[in-house]
Unconditional design. Structure first.
Length: 138
């Protein structure tokens, strides 16, 4: 950006642009990694759904009740077990992941916006310094 013959001021502005760009790449890569690892996890389940696994455990124990009570509660236990064994897929899985990671993604978004702002101001300062240097040479 600044070139080998650029002044130290212009090189400093070019360095600031590069630092902000590196920060942008870093946060975008981190977001991509976070989401793709969750999407690639075949057994992904939200923390809330994991709590329902406790309900499944209870449902299994319902079957061990007296025959009369077990017969009454067995349909409920079967539905709870089916739900506990299910995993979100497709768009539902993506929506679940986004919902679970909202806070982490918001932090990354703020960091990205700050890096974009730093880069924008660094570019403006770089262009101003470059124009001033060009007009001083003329």
């Amino acid at each position: 950006m600044g070139g080998a013959n650029a002044s130290s001021e212009i090189q400093e502005f070019a360095r600031r642009i590069a630092e902000a760009q590196i920060d942008l790449r870093r946060v975008r890569c981190a977001r991509h990694s976070l989401l793709s690892s969750a999407l690639g996890d075949l057994d992904y389940d939200s923390p809330q759904a994991a709590r329902t696994k406790v309900a499944a455990y209870v449902a299994k124990r319902i079957v061990r009740l007296t025959p009369e009570a077990a017969q009454l509660l067995k349909p409920l236990a079967v539905r709870i077990l089916d739900y506990a064994r299910s995993r979100p897929e497709g768009p539902q899985k993506f929506a679940t992941i986004l919902s679970d990671m909202t806070q982490r993604l918001a932090v990354m978004d703020r960091y990205e916006r700050r890096a974009l702002s730093r880069r924008k101001f660094a570019i403006r300062a770089f262009e101003t310094a470059r124009r001033q240097a060009a007009s001083a040479r003329e």
